[in-house]
Write a protein that binds this ligand. Structure first.
Ligand SMILES: C[S@@+](CC[C@H](N)C(=O)[O-])C[C@H]1O[C@@H](n2cnc3c(N)ncnc32)[C@H](O)[C@@H]1O
Length: 220
């Protein structure tokens, strides 16, 4: 579905998509609702957020410490908090953090929302779960909202991510969602340079696109 949005090239479809996204839109999962700013990753059409929500719905998160790295709208973080998790939500996009703080008040849920480039402003050194739905198309983002989609033409997001992630493994369980539409082998190779490997824990096919949730562990 992210692939579909990326490939919208017909001017009229592009016009409709941009028009839909020209103002904040509500997104809900079970009893939790967020308002998604047009500059923030839209979970409405992209399937990855919903797959992660369904996946964590099956986990016992009571009193578990959780980091959602790159939280976007914050729906996953708020839902995790509603299931009893002690949640930190971070993003490089300050608008995402502002809107998440408002949504946390409205939902009467507690989330520690932090502006951070990857782990830069995150002082806690281990979490029970680290959840990541990364930007994965190899192009340089030209503005903040494009950071939701593009990891840099040389995959710099993943180069930095895996370098920093090593410190959190093995004390944290790291879950990352990727689609068959992205360059999974390139991403795995970058992980492997840092002695990290992917173990598939979930696979779903939605609208002709296969999505995978991987657990990331140390190779040795
Ligand atoms: C694909 S979106 C996922 C949003 C949300 N987790 C979800 O599943 O709906 C990727 C998110 O990562 C954030 N991001 C991109 N680069 C980042 C970085 N270097 N540090 C922190 N967050 C980053 C983007 O702003 C965006 O919100």
């Amino acid at each position: 579905m992210r692939a579909f949005i990326k490939k919208i090239s017909h001017p009229f479809l592009k016009f409709l998509f941009n028009k839909y996204h020209s103002k904040p839109r509500e997104y809900s999962y079970k009893d939790v609702s967020v308002l998604v700013h047009p500059d923030v990753f839209p979970p409405h059409f992209t399937i990855s957020t919903k797959i992660l929500l369904d996946f964590i719905n099956e986990l016992d998160l009571t009193n578990k410490s959780i980091l959602e790295l790159g939280c976007g709208s914050g729906i996953i973080s708020l839902f995790a908090a509603s299931k009893g998790g002690v949640v930190t939500a971070s993003d490089i996009n300050p608008t995402a953090i502002d809107f998440l703080n408002t949504a946390a008040s409205k939902n009467e849920l507690k989330v520690n929302a932090l502006f951070s480039d990857l782990f830069q402003n995150i002082s806690q050194k281990e979490f029970d779960y680290i959840i990541i739905n990364p930007p994965y198309y190899p192009k340089n983002p030209s503005e903040m909202k494009e950071r939701a989609w593009f990891c840099g033409e040389d995959f710099i997001y993943f180069e930095n991510l895996f370098l920093q992630l090593i410190a959190f493994i093995p004390n944290s369980s790291v879950l990352m969602i990727l689609s068959e539409d992205c360059e999974i082998e390139t991403i795995k190779a970058i992980a492997s340079k840092n002695k990290l490997e992917f173990l598939k824990v979930h696979e779903t096919k939605v609208s002709f696109e296969r999505n995978f949730i991987f657990s990331i562990t140390k190779t040795d």
